[in-house]
Design a protein around this ligand. Structure first.
Ligand SMILES: [Zn+2]
Ligand SMILES: [Zn+2]
Length: 392
């Protein structure tokens, strides 16, 4: 029986856990209840649990045979600060918090894989089950890595996944190389000199200067980044002013930048600095740009991509595995683990239309429980390939 079919035998129980996680969402670094339930289940299957790595993160260790190779499987556990608009029975019970990205499903998928691997032990080596906190922009993966994740639990390869609304259940998507963009956030303050709205000649108007900077920023991707590379510069906030007839002292802008290569991200930052400084100087104003890396790009290793795509195709057929998935401009902090250990990150279909097509981070988003065996199954199957007895 292939892992998907085997894990389907636990479908009812897994669905119950997933819905319980959904009803009790916990946001970044507060995944205490979730982590305790995860640890309790892992221990009930004889898996050794190490708590408190990256604050609320935890790692389960399962060994079979005498092989010295190890594989890491990672799931994220955090919810989002957003109200849920669904009215099904397992909707969020915590006002203002929602599992709007399906990490309740990812946690459940990894539990399903752990249970299967603990029961079947059809591998030779060590599996590290990495349950990560705070994926949603708070640096959970980075904290686990900084707290010695791969020194304490060395891995030859690491694998992760994300559900994908709009992709049918039972299908997978992946590509070798850049799969998801790196992300940065920025704040920009343009300092001018305020005054009367009817006497602009006595002011340095930061609004006009800020608007010129916003326009100039739109030239960076078009004129500085190579056309066969790409990126995004989005100014998503522009605030200034308190009255109709007052030219304000300063303008605050903010936004996000995405790129698939760290070199491109650095180029964009340099251009943003240069444009802000020189445009502000030209207007007699001053600009201060604070540019912060949030995640590095997700870059799939060629070997690990082939391994997990082959593992998926062996279970669902080649036609259900898109090995040339278009890269996404979204980001994912699993990239910090993949920067330490070669790995791959695969998308798992969450379904089309009403059942599971609603986008992540939407208040109506609904994780599709029918996808659990596919996520759990591919994680289990990749272990059986990576740690196949003859390979060790
Ligand atoms: Zn998300
Ligand atoms: Zn997510």
């Amino acid at each position: 029986m292939n892992p998907i079919e085997h894990i389907r035998l636990y479908q009812d129980e897994l669905t119950g856990w997933r819905r319980d996680f959904h009803a009790h969402p916990e946001t970044g670094f507060e995944e205490v209840r979730t982590g305790a339930l995860v640890a309790e289940r892992l221990e009930s299957w004889g898996i050794e649990v190490h708590r408190g790595i990256g604050r609320t993160g935890l790692v389960g260790v399962l060994r079979a045979g005498n092989g010295d190779r190890a594989v890491g499987l990672r799931a994220d556990m955090d919810a989002l600060d957003m109200p849920e608009a669904n009215d099904f029975a397992h909707r969020s019970t915590i006002p203002g918090k929602m599992h709007g990205c399906g990490h309740d499903g990812h946690t459940t998928m990894l539990l399903g894989a752990a249970r299967y691997l603990a029961e079947t032990r059809n591998f030779n080596g060590t599996v590290h089950f990495i349950f990560q906190p705070a994926e949603e922009g708070q640096g959970g993966a980075r904290s686990m890595v900084e707290e010695g994740l791969f020194h304490r639990f060395p891995c030859n390869a690491v694998y992760g996944l994300h559900n994908r609304p709009g992709m049918p259940v039972g299908q997978y998507g992946i590509r070798a190389g850049a799969m998801m963009a790196g992300c940065a956030f920025f704040d920009l303050v343009v300092q001018g000199r305020g005054g009367h709205g009817a006497r602009p000649e006595s002011t340095i108007d930061p609004v006009v200067c800020g608007a010129a900077i916003v326009s100039a920023y739109q030239s960076i991707i078009g004129r500085n980044v190579a056309p066969n590379d790409t990126g995004v510069v989005s100014v998503t906030g522009f605030s200034a002013g308190t009255a109709y007839n007052v030219i304000p002292d300063q303008v605050s802008l903010r936004g996000t930048v995405r790129a698939f290569r760290t070199e491109t991200m650095a180029l964009i930052e340099r251009r943003m600095q240069a444009l802000a400084a020189s445009i502000a100087e030209g207007f007699g104003a001053e600009a201060r740009l604070d540019f912060r890396e949030v995640t590095v790009p997700v870059v799939n290793g060629a070997e690990q991509t082939a391994t997990i795509a082959d593992a998926a195709a062996a279970m669902v057929g080649e036609a259900a595995v898109d090995r040339n998935r278009i890269p996404a401009m979204g980001s994912e902090d699993f990239s910090y683990m993949m920067a330490e250990v070669p790995g791959a990150y695969i998308l798992v279909g969450n379904g089309e239309g009403e059942a599971g097509g609603c986008e992540v981070h939407n208040p109506h988003y609904d994780f599709n429980d029918a996808a659990i065996p596919y996520g759990a199954g591919v994680l289990a199957a990749v272990v059986e390939r990576e740690l196949a007895p003859m390979k060790s």
